[in-house]
Design a protein around this ligand. Structure first.
Ligand code: GRF
Length: 204
């Protein structure tokens, strides 16, 4: 088997996507090693999930820094300590500076709960319902300097049901997120993905 893919996961919240990655690694379906989990929120539940799995945890509270640049510098230093192959944003709720994004060009991915380019930013489920969409879903993409705008790697759509609420829709999208994200990370572990001239190339 290839060397495991070293990843650092960035979170701000509950970390259910992080949990799905931890579980797939434990089940040996994802050939990765989670070197560290970094959160900008001190009491993010995802940190507990990481501790339970004996993964290094780091808190970098953005309130402790005078500027975005200082926060991002600290984040870069902490990430580089682990020298990861891939940086995985999993519910990380901070906008990153262009300098940060360019520093990790082609090495950072994000999962977003909408069918991009629809509904960048927040409240995606609510916006899909308000627009009367028949389909909704998730997108996994490389991170670029444009918010939720980087090259797409994978999308998964689900049907919006007549009686869906924001909560029921979010829940069903999340279930799909939990299988899609580890799958894409495994593609990186298998070296099947490249970003060439801003185009995602996926080998079969
Ligand atoms: C997910 O819906 C993800 O798509 C979005 O933030 C949410 C994180 O959920 N970026 P969790 O913390 O992984 O449970």
């Amino acid at each position: 088997m290839d060397k495991p893919l070293d990843i650092v996961v960035l979170i701000s919240g509950g970390g259910s996507n992080l949990q799905s990655i931890i579980d797939q690694v434990a089940a040996k379906k994802l050939n990765a090693r989670i070197c560290a989990v970094i959160s900008n929120i001190a009491d993010a539940y995802g940190l507990q999930r990481a501790k339970d799995a004996h993964i290094d945890t780091i808190i970098i509270n953005h309130h402790d820094y005078n500027s975005r640049a200082e926060f991002d510098d600290q984040l870069i230093q902490k990430i580089e300590y682990y020298n990861p192959d891939l940086i995985v944003l999993a519910g990380f709720m901070r906008i990153l500076s262009d300098e940060f994004v360019n520093h990790f060009h082609a090495k950072m991915i994000n999962i977003h709960p909408s069918l991009l380019p629809k509904y960048r930013g927040l409240h995606t489920h609510k916006r899909a319902l308000e627009s009367g969409d028949k389909e909704h879903g998730l997108s996994i993409h490389y991170v670029s300097t444009e918010l939720d705008g980087g090259p797409l790697i994978l999308q998964k759509s689900i049907a919006v049901l007549a009686d869906d609420t924001e909560e029921t829709l979010a829940k069903r999208v999340l279930v799909e997120e939990h299988s899609a994200y580890p799958k894409v990370i495994q593609w990186f572990a298998e070296k099947r993905i490249q970003l060439i001239d801003n185009q995602v190339i996926l080998d079969n």
